[in-house]
Design a protein around this ligand. Structure first.
Ligand SMILES: [Zn+2]
Ligand SMILES: [Zn+2]
Length: 402
């Protein structure tokens, strides 16, 4: 691995910052202390900052040796928020906030970008500007969307934007990146079937919504198997069915809720349209009333081909081409998708190892994301930092793509 020496030297100090953030997790749009820590570090290193974008977002502006005169720019993004869950780990840097935990490693993402920031500010061996984007509320809040709404790309003109997430499992020193869709669109539905309650011994006097719901759940899966093209990916999961409170009462209504995931808006359009038709017509067939709500959350995360290839080359120079894996698409969702809708760029994975990095005191169980025994692997700080530095420098030192 070709790590930048100064990042190795500074890694322990940045790891201490990471552990401090881990001990003080903050939820969506409440990253006040976290943003303070980021702002204080950037300021200490002589990096001008812009605060309050998307509520608690921070943008650091690192100009190169030309003081940014060439007008070129590239964006590097880290997320800062934690999850509403209780940490099981017992180590010294475990969460001090009950019911909140950095179980997705956003403390580490923030640390890796800080590590790069310190180096870039010290050396400035590039022309143009590197924008360090510390965003709030990735875990469901759409912090990326809020920063864009607040003028992220107008105030800070950049040619491309890059994101990175740690990925538990593969050994440290491997990356994964691919062109095309890598994370899914995330969408929620709620369907209320209104029937007519009655005595369960005399169902003919009412209108039972439960068999209607059963038909509907089955029929939804035919949208996946019969309506969309077999080669297109799509998932419909009905995850909640609520009806009734007594064994001898036919309920008045039944509610179905769940999630839909797709890798393209076209497939999403088809699934939403067909679900509405199936829901309404199934209800009509049973003479029930139908209320259909469908909410689109994060769009699919789609890497542009040239930028994914660019990222792959940078990674290959650091860890060797055989350590840069193809990025297996996952049906999880990621709000960096909004940034990739606005700008070319690539979202990659950096392997977090198998969990052996965790110190004594971690609870039982694996080290998967969103697990109460998870911890970010501090070994990644100089590696992720090196990737960010080399990516930014190489981008700005290449001829303009514009
Ligand atoms: Zn997460
Ligand atoms: Zn995450």
């Amino acid at each position: 691995m070709k790590l930048i020496d100064s990042l190795l030297t500074d890694a322990a100090a940045i790891a201490a910052v990471r552990r401090d953030l881990h001990a003080h997790p903050e939820l969506c749009f409440q990253e006040v202390r976290t943003a303070d820590v980021v702002a204080q570090k950037l300021t200490e290193w002589g990096i001008p900052i812009h605060r309050g974008m998307g509520t608690t977002g921070v943008v650091g502006i690192v100009q190169g040796r030309d003081a940014g005169q060439c007008g070129r720019g590239v964006g590097l993004r880290a997320d800062m928020d934690a999850l509403p869950m209780q940490e099981f780990n017992q180590f010294a840097h475990a969460s001090t906030h009950a019911g909140k935990m950095h179980a997705c490693g956003h403390d580490g993402h923030t640390a890796m970008l800080l590590s790069a920031a310190q180096h870039l500010a010290k050396h400035r061996d590039f022309d143009g500007t590197v924008y360090l984007i510390f965003q709030p509320a990735e875990e469901g809040g759409g912090g990326a969307r809020e920063m864009i709404k607040d003028g992220l790309f107008e105030k800070f003109p950049m040619e491309a934007v890059f994101g990175m997430h740690n990925w538990p499992g593969a050994s440290v020193g491997t990356f994964a990146v691919s062109a095309g869709p890598v994370m899914a669109s995330s969408n929620e539905f709620k369907i209320t079937i209104r029937g007519k309650g009655c005595h369960a011994a005399m169902p003919h006097l009412g209108l039972d919504p439960v068999p209607v719901a059963c038909q509907m759940v089955q029929a939804f899966q035919t949208i996946i198997s019969r309506n969309k093209k077999p080669v297109d990916a799509g998932v419909i999961s009905v995850t909640m069915i609520h009806a009734g409170e007594a064994t001898n009462v036919v309920p008045d209504f039944c509610e179905l809720q769940g999630t839909v995931r797709t890798f393209s808006i076209e497939v999403l359009d088809l699934i939403e349209k067909r679900m509405k038709e199936v829901a309404e017509h199934t209800c009509a067939a049973f003479e029930a009333q139908c209320e259909f709500e469908f909410v689109r959350n994060y769009p699919p995360t789609v890497n542009s081909a040239a930028e994914a290839d660019f990222a792959r080359q940078v990674m290959s120079d650091i860890v060797g081409a055989d350590q840069v894996l193809a990025q297996e698409p996952t049906m999880g969702a990621e709000d960096f998708a909004y940034m990739l809708q606005a700008k070319p760029g690539a979202y990659c994975f950096i392997s977090n190892g198998d969990g052996a990095h965790r110190e004594m005191g971690h609870g039982a169980g694996p080290c998967t994301l969103h697990n109460p025994n998870y911890d970010f692997n501090d070994e990644l700080i100089p590696l992720g930092g090196t990737y960010w530095v080399q990516l930014a420098k190489r981008w700005l030192n290449q001829p303009s793509q514009a």
